[in-house]
Design a protein around this ligand. Structure first.
Ligand SMILES: [Zn+2]
Length: 442
């Protein structure tokens, strides 16, 4: 008998391996933060022993969900400006708020709240695009979550930098400081084509190549953007990026709502991953990305929440359910986006498009133990005929009981173990009071 750190038993173990195996009465052996073995409870109990055995009667274990696009710290702007068109929302509300409030202290406190919300909803890793990512990295590490943190770069000044040179200097020092960290992967995030000119894009591409890191960018979110880029460069956004040699498997393209058919082919050919943020897009009424066509073309489409200022939560379970239902209707095909595929997109593919496919995204030997245990003994989860269907169409964040990231229990019995939840909530309320008072005076 080999001694391991944890043995987790559950009625259902979904490793999300290539074969999409479902192990009924399954178990997982975890040692040194990694998955050592997966099998039936009988097999695992014969081979391993552990001081920490988690009994999973009425439970399901699946890989941690991956939020492939957010601006985590914007949770502090949740609900501050709703029911507006994107351009007005961004230019008249969000950018002025950011210019007034962003600081390392704001980011650190806000990211703790974002991590708390995501972990309690079964999300073990997120991909960020924002500013002061060093503060975000420290807060995320403290909470014990995995993240790819994209340093935002733009052509115009914001609170975090005045010039393009300053943005890139910030980005390079962040990348050097965090490269090789077990939880945090640095990334470069040119904001969008309408905020980043050719020089910025080429520099971002060069940084990604030099350090071997991902690129994270909003592409074709609105009709307006496509028109602007056509006027400016005589090409559509994906055509233009491809003409610069910008696109490859390192690029995660967010939104991709207004794509022409040949642009889908280009993204597929270049191996670009896509983050689909359906609830944010629906709320901003910017359009619906043609993800059924993208999936047919072989593009790995994944789920993002976008910011809590446009969504207004960081709930990937609900993104999965909304996307599945909406695309069935849009494509007039109820077989489109079946539950198995949706969970694959939210786990294994999420890791793949972030360059973390060897590290996380499935419960397989050698990968980090990033997983979720959810309680199936709930009125909305009974009876159970199909476990995938339950996770995608019926499960809620409140069903998540335990979350493990890198072999460490970060949520237990639905409570955060790595920091004081009430302190995180109190800090958020105090910031909200300050912002409200300021808005009243302004
Ligand atoms: Zn975004």
């Amino acid at each position: 008998m080999q001694s391991v750190d944890y043995i987790i038993h559950a009625d259902y173990v979904l490793p999300m391996d290539e074969k999409l195996t479902v192990i009924e009465h399954g178990a997982i052996a975890i040692k040194d933060s990694k998955i050592l073995d997966v099998g039936t409870s009988k097999e695992i109990s014969k081979k391993y022993t552990s001081p920490s055995i988690i009994r999973g009667k009425g439970k399901v274990v699946f890989p941690g969900l991956i939020n492939t696009h957010t601006h985590a710290a914007m949770v502090y702007f949740r609900g501050i400006a709703d029911d507006l068109p994107l351009k007005e929302w961004l230019e008249d509300h969000i950018w002025p708020l950011e210019n007034r409030w962003l600081s390392p202290e704001f980011i650190s406190d806000a990211v703790e709240l974002a991590c708390l919300e995501m972990l309690k909803g079964g999300v073990t890793a997120y991909n960020d695009m924002y500013f002061y990512e060093d503060a975000a990295g420290r807060a995320t590490r403290k909470i014990g979550m995995r993240a790819v943190l994209g340093v935002g770069v733009l052509d115009f000044p914001t609170k975090s930098a005045n010039t393009i040179d300053e943005y890139f200097a910030n980005a390079e020092s962040f990348i050097k400081d965090w490269k090789g960290d077990n939880l945090i992967t640095p990334c470069i995030a040119p904001h969008a084509l309408y905020t980043c000119g050719k020089e910025t894009l080429i520099r971002a591409r060069r940084v990604a190549d030099t350090y071997g890191i991902p690129i994270h960018m909003h592409i074709s979110e609105t009709k307006w953007e496509v028109e602007e880029i056509r006027k400016k460069y005589g090409m559509r956004p994906v055509e233009y990026l491809d003409s610069l040699g910008f696109l490859d498997e390192k690029v995660l393209a967010v939104h991709c709502i207004w794509l022409a058919g040949h642009e889908i082919e280009v993204l597929a050919k270049r191996g670009v991953g896509v983050s689909h943020c359906i609830e944010s897009s629906l709320k901003l009424s910017v359009g619906i990305a043609p993800i059924v066509s993208m999936l047919k073309a072989g593009i790995k489409v994944t789920f993002g929440s976008d910011s809590a200022a446009s969504n207004n939560d960081l709930n990937i379970l609900s993104e999965m359910s909304t996307a599945a239902k909406l695309h069935k209707t849009v494509s007039e095909d109820p077989t489109a986006l079946d539950a198995k595929k949706v969970l694959m997109m939210a786990t294994r593919w999420g890791a793949d498009v972030l360059g973390l496919g060897k590290v996380t995204g499935s419960i397989e030997k050698g990968k980090a133990a990033d997983l979720v245990i959810a309680n199936l003994n709930k009125p909305h989860l009974i009876p159970l005929y199909n476990i995938y269907s339950h996770i995608v169409y019926s499960m809620r964040p409140s069903d998540v009981e335990m979350v493990m990231v890198d072999g460490k229990v970060v949520v237990n019995n639905g409570k955060l173990m790595t920091a004081d939840e009430s302190e995180i909530l109190d800090k958020a309320k105090r910031w909200c009071e300050r912002i409200k008072k300021f808005n009243e005076k302004a």
